[in-house]
Design a protein around this ligand. Sequence first.
Ligand SMILES: Nc1ncnc2c1ncn2[C@@H]1O[C@H](COP(=O)(O)OP(=O)(O)OP(=O)(O)O)[C@@H](O)[C@H]1O
Ligand SMILES: [Mg+2]
Length: 342
Amino acid sequence: MPKSERPRAPLAQDPTLELTLRPEVFEEYVGQKQAKENLLIAIQAARLREGTLDHILLHGPAGIGKTTLAHLIAKHMTATMRVTSGPAIERVGDLASILTNLEPGEVLFIDEAHRLPRMVEEVLYPAMEARTLDIILGKGTAARTLQLNLPPFTLIAATTRVGLLSSPLRSRFGQAFRLDFYTDDEIEEILGRSARLLGVSLDAQAKKRIAKAARQTPRIANRLLKRARDVAQVEGGTKSPNIDDVTTERTLSMLEIDEKGLDKLDREYLRILIEKFKGGPAGIQALAASLSEEEDTLLDFVEPYLMQIGYVLRTPRGRVAAAEAWEHLGLKPPDNRNTKLF
Ligand SMILES: Nc1ncnc2c1ncn2[C@@H]1O[C@H](COP(=O)(O)OP(=O)(O)OP(=O)(O)O)[C@@H](O)[C@H]1O
Ligand SMILES: [Mg+2]
Protein backbone atom coordinates (compact mmCIF):
# COMPACT_ATOMS: atom_id res chain seq x y z
CA MET A 1 0.00 0.00 0.00
CA PRO A 2 1.46 3.40 -0.90
CA LYS A 3 2.43 5.32 2.17
CA SER A 4 -0.06 8.10 1.50
CA GLU A 5 -2.94 5.64 1.87
CA ARG A 6 -1.70 4.47 5.22
CA PRO A 7 -4.14 5.59 7.88
CA ARG A 8 -2.49 8.06 10.20
CA ALA A 9 -3.85 6.54 13.35
CA PRO A 10 -4.24 9.48 15.67
CA LEU A 11 -5.40 11.91 13.04
CA ALA A 12 -7.88 9.91 11.03
CA GLN A 13 -11.39 11.05 11.84
CA ASP A 14 -13.70 8.80 13.78
CA PRO A 15 -17.20 10.18 13.28
CA THR A 16 -18.88 8.36 16.16
CA LEU A 17 -16.18 9.32 18.62
CA GLU A 18 -16.21 12.91 17.46
CA LEU A 19 -19.96 13.18 17.77
CA THR A 20 -20.12 11.80 21.30
CA LEU A 21 -17.26 13.93 22.55
CA ARG A 22 -18.04 17.13 20.69
CA PRO A 23 -18.93 19.99 23.06
CA GLU A 24 -22.61 20.92 22.91
CA VAL A 25 -22.41 24.36 24.51
CA PHE A 26 -19.83 27.15 24.58
CA GLU A 27 -19.04 26.49 28.25
CA GLU A 28 -17.76 23.04 27.31
CA TYR A 29 -15.57 24.37 24.53
CA VAL A 30 -12.18 24.64 26.20
CA GLY A 31 -9.66 27.40 25.44
CA GLN A 32 -9.61 29.64 22.34
CA LYS A 33 -10.62 32.49 24.62
CA GLN A 34 -10.26 35.29 22.12
CA ALA A 35 -12.39 33.60 19.45
CA LYS A 36 -15.00 32.57 21.99
CA GLU A 37 -15.34 36.02 23.56
CA ASN A 38 -15.65 37.79 20.25
CA LEU A 39 -18.11 35.27 18.89
CA LEU A 40 -20.33 35.40 21.96
CA ILE A 41 -20.61 39.17 21.65
CA ALA A 42 -21.32 38.98 17.93
CA ILE A 43 -23.96 36.33 18.52
CA GLN A 44 -25.64 38.32 21.29
CA ALA A 45 -25.65 41.45 19.17
CA ALA A 46 -27.08 39.64 16.16
CA ARG A 47 -29.80 38.13 18.30
CA LEU A 48 -30.72 41.54 19.78
CA ARG A 49 -30.95 42.97 16.27
CA GLU A 50 -32.87 39.89 15.21
CA GLY A 51 -30.47 39.80 12.31
CA THR A 52 -27.89 37.37 11.02
CA LEU A 53 -24.24 37.11 11.95
CA ASP A 54 -21.53 38.40 9.68
CA HIS A 55 -19.72 35.76 7.67
CA ILE A 56 -17.05 34.00 9.73
CA LEU A 57 -13.74 32.45 8.74
CA LEU A 58 -12.20 29.85 11.08
CA HIS A 59 -8.66 28.72 10.36
CA GLY A 60 -6.02 26.69 12.12
CA PRO A 61 -4.46 23.24 12.25
CA ALA A 62 -6.37 19.98 11.78
CA GLY A 63 -8.38 18.65 14.73
CA ILE A 64 -8.23 21.92 16.65
CA GLY A 65 -11.98 22.57 16.90
CA LYS A 66 -13.08 24.48 13.79
CA THR A 67 -16.03 22.27 12.89
CA THR A 68 -17.05 22.05 16.54
CA LEU A 69 -17.04 25.82 16.87
CA ALA A 70 -19.11 26.22 13.69
CA HIS A 71 -21.76 23.90 15.15
CA LEU A 72 -21.78 25.87 18.41
CA ILE A 73 -22.22 29.17 16.59
CA ALA A 74 -25.20 27.86 14.62
CA LYS A 75 -26.69 26.36 17.76
CA HIS A 76 -26.41 29.63 19.70
CA MET A 77 -28.00 31.48 16.81
CA THR A 78 -30.74 28.81 16.89
CA ALA A 79 -30.10 28.47 13.19
CA THR A 80 -30.02 25.35 11.08
CA MET A 81 -26.63 24.65 9.59
CA ARG A 82 -26.10 23.27 6.10
CA VAL A 83 -22.78 21.53 5.80
CA THR A 84 -20.70 21.21 2.67
CA SER A 85 -17.05 21.40 1.69
CA GLY A 86 -14.80 22.99 -0.90
CA PRO A 87 -14.10 19.80 -2.88
CA ALA A 88 -17.81 18.88 -2.88
CA ILE A 89 -18.74 22.06 -4.76
CA GLU A 90 -17.28 21.30 -8.14
CA ARG A 91 -19.31 23.55 -10.36
CA VAL A 92 -20.94 26.97 -10.12
CA GLY A 93 -24.31 25.22 -10.46
CA ASP A 94 -23.66 23.21 -7.28
CA LEU A 95 -23.13 26.38 -5.28
CA ALA A 96 -26.11 28.10 -6.94
CA SER A 97 -28.39 25.28 -5.90
CA ILE A 98 -27.10 25.31 -2.32
CA LEU A 99 -27.50 29.09 -2.03
CA THR A 100 -30.95 29.28 -3.59
CA ASN A 101 -32.18 26.55 -1.25
CA LEU A 102 -31.12 28.38 1.91
CA GLU A 103 -33.85 29.47 4.29
CA PRO A 104 -33.60 32.95 5.82
CA GLY A 105 -31.17 33.01 8.77
CA GLU A 106 -29.55 29.69 7.98
CA VAL A 107 -25.85 29.04 8.41
CA LEU A 108 -23.90 27.60 5.52
CA PHE A 109 -20.74 25.81 6.62
CA ILE A 110 -18.07 25.27 3.98
CA ASP A 111 -15.27 23.06 5.24
CA GLU A 112 -11.89 22.94 3.46
CA ALA A 113 -12.70 26.27 1.89
CA HIS A 114 -9.22 26.47 0.34
CA ARG A 115 -10.29 23.76 -2.06
CA LEU A 116 -13.17 25.72 -3.61
CA PRO A 117 -12.65 26.03 -7.35
CA ARG A 118 -11.83 29.59 -8.43
CA MET A 119 -14.97 29.88 -10.58
CA VAL A 120 -17.11 28.95 -7.62
CA GLU A 121 -15.31 31.44 -5.39
CA GLU A 122 -16.18 34.20 -7.83
CA VAL A 123 -19.87 33.42 -7.49
CA LEU A 124 -19.52 33.54 -3.72
CA TYR A 125 -18.22 37.12 -3.66
CA PRO A 126 -21.52 38.86 -4.58
CA ALA A 127 -23.47 36.26 -2.62
CA MET A 128 -21.55 37.14 0.55
CA GLU A 129 -21.45 40.86 -0.04
CA ALA A 130 -24.77 41.80 -1.56
CA ARG A 131 -26.75 38.59 -1.18
CA THR A 132 -27.12 38.29 -4.91
CA LEU A 133 -26.41 35.41 -7.18
CA ASP A 134 -25.28 36.26 -10.68
CA ILE A 135 -25.94 33.47 -13.09
CA ILE A 136 -24.71 33.70 -16.66
CA LEU A 137 -27.05 32.10 -19.15
CA GLY A 138 -25.84 31.26 -22.64
CA LYS A 139 -22.49 31.94 -24.21
CA GLY A 140 -20.69 34.66 -26.18
CA THR A 141 -22.75 37.59 -27.44
CA ALA A 142 -26.01 35.88 -26.51
CA ALA A 143 -24.96 35.57 -22.86
CA ARG A 144 -27.27 37.21 -20.34
CA THR A 145 -26.83 37.64 -16.62
CA LEU A 146 -29.63 36.64 -14.37
CA GLN A 147 -29.51 38.12 -10.90
CA LEU A 148 -31.26 36.36 -8.06
CA ASN A 149 -31.69 37.70 -4.55
CA LEU A 150 -30.71 35.43 -1.72
CA PRO A 151 -32.15 35.29 1.79
CA PRO A 152 -30.01 36.60 4.65
CA PHE A 153 -27.55 33.88 5.66
CA THR A 154 -24.24 33.43 7.45
CA LEU A 155 -21.36 31.71 5.76
CA ILE A 156 -18.90 29.97 8.08
CA ALA A 157 -15.82 28.77 6.25
CA ALA A 158 -13.12 26.59 7.78
CA THR A 159 -9.66 25.91 6.46
CA THR A 160 -6.32 24.52 7.57
CA ARG A 161 -4.56 26.63 4.90
CA VAL A 162 -5.73 30.17 5.08
CA GLY A 163 -2.84 31.23 2.85
CA LEU A 164 -4.45 29.47 -0.08
CA LEU A 165 -7.66 31.51 0.09
CA SER A 166 -7.77 34.30 -2.45
CA SER A 167 -7.63 37.73 -0.88
CA PRO A 168 -10.98 38.86 -2.33
CA LEU A 169 -12.60 35.89 -0.60
CA ARG A 170 -10.78 36.50 2.65
CA SER A 171 -11.72 40.14 2.72
CA ARG A 172 -15.42 39.33 2.54
CA PHE A 173 -15.56 37.73 5.96
CA GLY A 174 -16.74 40.05 8.72
CA GLN A 175 -14.62 38.18 11.24
CA ALA A 176 -11.73 35.76 10.99
CA PHE A 177 -10.34 33.69 13.85
CA ARG A 178 -7.21 31.65 14.03
CA LEU A 179 -7.70 28.72 16.36
CA ASP A 180 -4.42 27.75 17.89
CA PHE A 181 -2.78 24.77 19.54
CA TYR A 182 -3.91 24.12 23.13
CA THR A 183 -1.90 24.28 26.34
CA ASP A 184 -1.30 21.04 28.25
CA ASP A 185 -3.74 22.20 30.94
CA GLU A 186 -6.46 22.76 28.36
CA ILE A 187 -5.86 19.34 26.83
CA GLU A 188 -6.06 17.81 30.31
CA GLU A 189 -9.38 19.53 30.86
CA ILE A 190 -10.67 18.12 27.57
CA LEU A 191 -9.40 14.66 28.52
CA GLY A 192 -11.14 14.86 31.90
CA ARG A 193 -14.45 15.65 30.26
CA SER A 194 -14.02 12.97 27.59
CA ALA A 195 -13.14 10.33 30.18
CA ARG A 196 -16.34 11.15 32.07
CA LEU A 197 -18.38 10.87 28.89
CA LEU A 198 -16.75 7.56 27.99
CA GLY A 199 -17.30 6.24 31.50
CA VAL A 200 -13.66 5.50 32.26
CA SER A 201 -11.53 6.61 35.15
CA LEU A 202 -8.32 8.31 34.18
CA ASP A 203 -5.69 8.89 36.83
CA ALA A 204 -3.72 12.10 37.06
CA GLN A 205 -0.42 10.68 35.80
CA ALA A 206 -2.06 9.02 32.83
CA LYS A 207 -3.91 12.24 31.98
CA LYS A 208 -0.63 14.15 32.01
CA ARG A 209 1.08 11.59 29.84
CA ILE A 210 -1.70 11.54 27.24
CA ALA A 211 -1.82 15.35 27.21
CA LYS A 212 1.93 15.50 26.55
CA ALA A 213 1.60 13.09 23.62
CA ALA A 214 -1.50 14.73 22.11
CA ARG A 215 0.33 17.29 19.97
CA GLN A 216 -1.67 20.04 21.68
CA THR A 217 -4.67 18.93 19.61
CA PRO A 218 -8.07 17.90 21.05
CA ARG A 219 -8.85 15.34 18.35
CA ILE A 220 -5.59 13.50 19.02
CA ALA A 221 -6.10 13.68 22.78
CA ASN A 222 -9.52 12.05 22.43
CA ARG A 223 -8.17 9.48 20.03
CA LEU A 224 -5.34 8.48 22.36
CA LEU A 225 -7.74 8.33 25.30
CA LYS A 226 -9.93 5.93 23.40
CA ARG A 227 -7.00 3.70 22.51
CA ALA A 228 -5.86 3.68 26.15
CA ARG A 229 -9.39 2.78 27.18
CA ASP A 230 -9.29 -0.23 24.82
CA VAL A 231 -6.02 -1.41 26.31
CA ALA A 232 -7.25 -0.92 29.88
CA GLN A 233 -10.49 -2.68 29.08
CA VAL A 234 -8.81 -5.75 27.60
CA GLU A 235 -6.17 -5.95 30.28
CA GLY A 236 -8.49 -5.27 33.20
CA GLY A 237 -11.30 -7.39 31.78
CA THR A 238 -13.86 -4.95 33.19
CA LYS A 239 -16.61 -2.90 31.68
CA SER A 240 -15.59 0.36 33.33
CA PRO A 241 -11.80 0.36 33.12
CA ASN A 242 -9.27 2.46 34.94
CA ILE A 243 -6.59 4.06 32.81
CA ASP A 244 -3.36 4.39 34.73
CA ASP A 245 0.11 5.50 33.77
CA VAL A 246 1.34 2.00 32.91
CA THR A 247 -1.58 1.36 30.55
CA THR A 248 -0.99 4.72 28.93
CA GLU A 249 2.68 4.10 28.43
CA ARG A 250 1.94 0.75 26.84
CA THR A 251 -0.73 2.24 24.59
CA LEU A 252 1.60 4.92 23.31
CA SER A 253 4.39 2.47 22.63
CA MET A 254 1.99 0.19 20.78
CA LEU A 255 1.04 3.14 18.59
CA GLU A 256 4.75 4.00 18.22
CA ILE A 257 4.08 7.45 19.57
CA ASP A 258 6.89 8.93 21.60
CA GLU A 259 6.67 11.17 24.65
CA LYS A 260 6.63 14.28 22.46
CA GLY A 261 3.65 12.93 20.54
CA LEU A 262 5.67 12.25 17.40
CA ASP A 263 4.74 9.17 15.41
CA LYS A 264 6.65 7.14 12.86
CA LEU A 265 6.01 9.48 9.98
CA ASP A 266 7.13 12.51 11.99
CA ARG A 267 10.34 10.76 12.93
CA GLU A 268 10.89 9.61 9.35
CA TYR A 269 10.42 13.19 8.20
CA LEU A 270 13.02 14.42 10.67
CA ARG A 271 15.42 11.61 9.81
CA ILE A 272 15.24 12.35 6.08
CA LEU A 273 15.60 16.08 6.62
CA ILE A 274 18.63 15.50 8.81
CA GLU A 275 20.34 12.53 7.21
CA LYS A 276 19.53 12.97 3.56
CA PHE A 277 19.40 16.75 3.43
CA LYS A 278 21.99 17.35 6.15
CA GLY A 279 19.45 19.24 8.23
CA GLY A 280 18.22 21.39 5.34
CA PRO A 281 17.26 23.67 3.85
CA ALA A 282 15.13 21.20 1.89
CA GLY A 283 12.09 21.94 -0.27
CA ILE A 284 8.74 20.42 0.57
CA GLN A 285 8.56 18.61 -2.76
CA ALA A 286 11.92 16.96 -2.24
CA LEU A 287 10.91 15.88 1.27
CA ALA A 288 7.59 14.52 0.08
CA ALA A 289 9.28 12.58 -2.73
CA SER A 290 11.88 11.10 -0.39
CA LEU A 291 9.18 10.00 2.03
CA SER A 292 6.82 8.80 -0.77
CA GLU A 293 4.19 10.93 0.94
CA GLU A 294 1.70 13.45 -0.37
CA GLU A 295 2.82 17.02 0.05
CA ASP A 296 -0.60 17.78 1.54
CA THR A 297 -0.10 15.19 4.28
CA LEU A 298 3.15 16.84 5.27
CA LEU A 299 1.67 20.33 5.10
CA ASP A 300 -1.51 19.50 7.03
CA PHE A 301 -0.50 16.83 9.52
CA VAL A 302 3.24 16.68 9.95
CA GLU A 303 4.76 20.12 9.69
CA PRO A 304 2.36 22.29 11.71
CA TYR A 305 3.22 20.54 14.95
CA LEU A 306 6.93 20.14 14.21
CA MET A 307 7.03 23.88 13.60
CA GLN A 308 4.91 24.59 16.65
CA ILE A 309 7.46 22.86 18.91
CA GLY A 310 10.35 24.50 17.08
CA TYR A 311 11.85 21.31 15.64
CA VAL A 312 11.51 22.50 12.07
CA LEU A 313 11.83 26.01 10.75
CA ARG A 314 10.42 27.25 7.49
CA THR A 315 12.84 29.51 5.65
CA PRO A 316 12.68 31.08 2.19
CA ARG A 317 15.10 28.40 1.00
CA GLY A 318 13.24 25.46 2.51
CA ARG A 319 12.78 23.49 5.72
CA VAL A 320 15.54 23.43 8.28
CA ALA A 321 15.92 21.08 11.25
CA ALA A 322 16.60 22.86 14.55
CA ALA A 323 19.12 21.48 17.04
CA GLU A 324 16.24 20.00 19.12
CA ALA A 325 15.24 17.81 16.18
CA TRP A 326 18.73 16.32 15.96
CA GLU A 327 18.71 15.70 19.67
CA HIS A 328 15.27 14.10 19.51
CA LEU A 329 16.68 11.46 17.18
CA GLY A 330 19.68 11.00 19.47
CA LEU A 331 22.02 12.80 17.08
CA LYS A 332 24.46 15.55 17.84
CA PRO A 333 23.74 18.74 15.92
CA PRO A 334 26.79 19.96 13.99
CA ASP A 335 28.78 22.51 15.98
CA ASN A 336 28.66 25.16 13.31
CA ARG A 337 24.91 24.93 13.23
CA ASN A 338 23.32 28.03 14.61
CA THR A 339 19.65 27.77 13.74
CA LYS A 340 19.18 31.41 14.71
CA LEU A 341 20.93 32.27 11.48
CA PHE A 342 18.12 30.90 9.36
N1 LIG B 1 -12.16 23.51 22.36
C1 LIG B 1 -12.50 22.22 22.47
N2 LIG B 1 -12.95 21.75 23.65
C2 LIG B 1 -13.28 20.44 23.78
N3 LIG B 1 -13.20 19.53 22.78
C3 LIG B 1 -12.77 19.95 21.59
C4 LIG B 1 -12.41 21.31 21.37
N4 LIG B 1 -12.01 21.46 20.09
C5 LIG B 1 -12.11 20.24 19.53
N5 LIG B 1 -12.57 19.33 20.43
C6 LIG B 1 -12.73 17.89 20.18
O1 LIG B 1 -11.89 17.52 19.09
C7 LIG B 1 -12.63 16.95 18.04
C8 LIG B 1 -12.11 17.49 16.73
O2 LIG B 1 -12.48 18.84 16.55
P1 LIG B 1 -13.03 19.41 15.15
O3 LIG B 1 -13.65 18.33 14.34
O4 LIG B 1 -13.89 20.58 15.46
O5 LIG B 1 -11.67 19.88 14.50
P2 LIG B 1 -11.42 20.64 13.11
O6 LIG B 1 -10.61 21.85 13.45
O7 LIG B 1 -12.70 20.86 12.41
O8 LIG B 1 -10.49 19.61 12.32
P3 LIG B 1 -10.29 19.44 10.72
O9 LIG B 1 -9.37 20.53 10.28
O10 LIG B 1 -9.63 18.11 10.58
O11 LIG B 1 -11.64 19.49 10.09
C9 LIG B 1 -14.08 17.30 18.33
O12 LIG B 1 -14.96 16.28 17.97
C10 LIG B 1 -14.14 17.51 19.82
O13 LIG B 1 -14.46 16.31 20.47
MG1 LIG C 1 -13.40 20.01 10.66
